[in-house]
Design a protein around this ligand. Structure first.
Ligand code: F6R
Ligand code: MG
Ligand code: MG
Length: 369
């Protein structure tokens, strides 16, 4: 059994074909060979969801490790060179800096990491979304770890009765807070119900004395537009969830996605729409650049080795969720440029709308009646 294993999922959109819909296989092959050349990693798996390339890595170097982050950055950088050569769309889109400096956080890519002691059997699910923002995980993570109508284990497994600790980031003020659930469930919901600003960063088992125990989930919280100060596409977040043996079961972890909730993103990062759970193969967001997708890969860890992947939404049991998402998409699309299909104005600040408004600002006159 390996101690102190770190699971790092780092993603970026470094160019897409066609438009913003998928990652060219040559980019994936490039990142794969880049990671394979390094001796930093125990194991890795490279995949894509929509136009985002996802590096799933295990290693022994802890979270926020400079060398591991640099390796990911270099893999994205090398793939960008190919994207440029192939004239793919948005080549290098998410690499906001010219060079790596210490940590990929704040440089464009999204990151979810956790350091764990691998259990005798360690099933993990990696969620990856396209055409949405980090707050998209708030509702499903709440259901998984706090809603007994979703997670039967919260009622039936005594080892879950103490509950969990949710770490929440305020992305606007740059502050963070822990909530102890179930006691502080209502306080937690008051904040995470506003997912454009308050996002769940991580979730821990609760020890008997109320302190943080083992980490159970970790999500990316990077918001590209806030980082860049201008519109550069949506963040398309990732999330790692450990399952079973005193944590929610695999089926409890996947269950929230049976109901496609509304998230912000979709076309031009400016629309609310349903998040559709699909297989990796079906994660090609073509309709109005969407609707937003969520994919999930399951792995069993074996001394750092990633046994898998298993494409978890490649299951007919999620067909109804996909149908429902399509129905909701039809309904919302009929509203065209009107809220609440289009995002509210404060969210549109982070899109290209301010440029439209600026052109017209001199024509606005005071209302004098
Ligand atoms: C959403 C996204 C796309 C683009 C849209 C316009 O995250 O990436 O919906 O915003 O295709 O792209 P540009 O402005 O590059 O033509
Ligand atoms: Mg793109
Ligand atoms: Mg994307």
């Amino acid at each position: 059994m390996s101690n102190d294993l770190t699971l790092s999922v780092i993603k970026a959109d470094v160019g897409s074909h066609v438009g913003h819909t998928s990652v060219h296989p040559r980019l994936i092959a490039c990142a794969q060979s880049h990671l394979a050349e390094s001796d930093l990693l125990d194991d890795f798996h490279v995949t894509a969801v929509g136009d985002d390339m996802e590096l799933i890595m295990t290693h022994k170097h802890g979270v926020d490790n400079e060398e591991v982050h640099e390796l990911a950055w270099d893999a994205f950088f090398a793939a960008t060179e190919i994207a440029k050569d192939l004239k793919l769309y948005g080549a290098g889109q998410d690499l906001l800096a010219d060079a790596f400096s210490g940590n990929v956080k704040g440089l464009g890519p999204g990151i979810a990491e956790m350091q764990i002691v691998e259990r005798p059997s360690e099933p993990v699910i990696i969620f990856m979304a396209d055409k949405t923002e980090p707050g998209a995980w708030n509702l499903p993570l709440f259901k998984i770890f706090a809603d007994p109508f979703n997670t039967a284990g919260l009622v039936l497994d005594p080892s879950m009765h103490d509950g969990f600790i949710f770490e929440v980031y305020d992305l606007i003020e740059g502050k963070k807070i822990d909530f102890s659930v179930p006691e502080e469930m209502y306080d937690l919901l008051a904040f995470i119900g506003a997912p454009s600003r308050f996002v769940i960063r991580s979730i821990y088992r609760k020890e008997g004395d109320g302190s943080r125990g083992d980490i159970a989930a970790s999500a990316s919280t990077q918001r590209l537009n806030i980082t860049a100060g201008e519109y550069v596409g949506k963040d398309d977040p990732v999330c790692i969830v450990r399952c079973q043996s005193g944590l929610p079961a695999v089926g409890e972890v996947l269950e929230p996605f049976a109901n496609p909730h509304l998230v912000s993103g979709w076309m031009r990062g400016s629309h609310n729409g349903p998040i559709m759970p699909t297989s990796l193969e079906s994660a090609v967001p073509t309709r109005f650049d969407g609707p937003p997708r969520v994919c999930s890969l399951g792995f069993q860890l074996r001394n750092g080795e990633l046994l898998g992947p298993k494409d978890m939404f490649d299951d007919v049991a999620f067909d109804e969720a996909r149908k429902k998402a399509n129905k909701i998409a039809n309904y919302m699309r009929e509203m065209g440029p009107f809220e609440p299909h289009r995002l509210p104005l404060d969210e549109m600040e982070y899109t290209t709308l301010p440029q439209v408004m600026e052109r017209l600002q001199d024509r606005f006159k005071p209302i004098d009646d």
